[in-house]
Design a protein around this ligand. Structure first.
Ligand code: TMP
Length: 211
């Protein structure tokens, strides 16, 4: 088995996109077939759902609706992109996945981790990432990074207490999933973050015997 399923997680503003791009380039240069996807989105249906979820005008959306829309986008992404790619020996890198629902909807919105994990299982058919990178930056630092950037969506507009809850939620998941989730210090330069990710990927691959 050569394919890997790698996910990236973090609070808003943790710098996932750049690191995903850098890891994808690194693995491509090693000759791996790479598929990069993002949640919610990537599929046509998923991108429609993303627009509904992110739109600040949708401020009457119930938390249950929100959770189910994320699940709907995920179900489509699994069926249309992730499962076929893994079956065809692609390494899949996904920007956010099941852990985002557990922390944002389960913990942040208070719907309960257990309930969200059950929904996740139904949607993913129990497929879990081999490696999850959590880019660790405090909500305060993430907020400082975003000063002057005008991209406030429904989640970014939440107050600091919400983001603090999300951050602590991720910390809890790291403790509960020590073999899967790798915590990366994201307070350093992009190159240093990338080096940590590459080293951890190599280590993890060895232990998983994926190559
Ligand atoms: P992004 O800005 O990293 O693309 O993520 C979109 C937002 O959606 C981000 O604030 C986290 C949130 N989100 C959830 O609340 N639940 C989920 O299941 C996912 C995938 C994202």
């Amino acid at each position: 088995m050569k394919n890997k399923f790698i996910t990236f997680e973090g609070i808003d503003g943790s710098g996932k996109s750049l690191q995903i791009e850098m890891l994808a380039d690194y693995l491509s240069e090693l000759g791996e077939k790479i598929l990069v996807v993002r949640e919610p989105g990537t599929t046509v249906i998923g991108e429609h759902v993303r627009n509904i979820l992110m739109d600040k005008k949708n401020n009457t959306m119930s938390y249950k609706t929100e959770a189910l829309l994320f699940m709907a986008a995920r179900a489509q992404l699994m069926q249309e992109k992730i499962i076929p790619a893994l079956e065809n020996n692609y390494t899949v890198i996904c920007d956010r996945f099941i852990d985002s629902s557990v922390v944002y909807q389960g913990i942040g919105r208070g719907l309960g981790e257990k309930f969200i994990k059950e929904l996740n299982k139904f949607v993913t058919e129990n497929i879990e990432p081999d490696i999850t990178f959590f880019l660790d930056i405090s909500p305060q630092n993430a907020w400082l990074r975003k000063i002057g950037v005008q991209t406030s969506d429904r989640f970014e507009s939440e107050n600091i207490n919400f983001h603090q809850k999300i951050y602590l939620g991720y910390k809890k998941l790291i403790v509960e999933n020590p073999n899967r989730i790798i915590c990366i210090d994201a307070n350093v330069s992009p190159e240093e973050i990338h080096t940590q990710i590459v080293n951890a990927t190599k280590e993890k691959i060895k232990t998983l015997l994926l190559i």
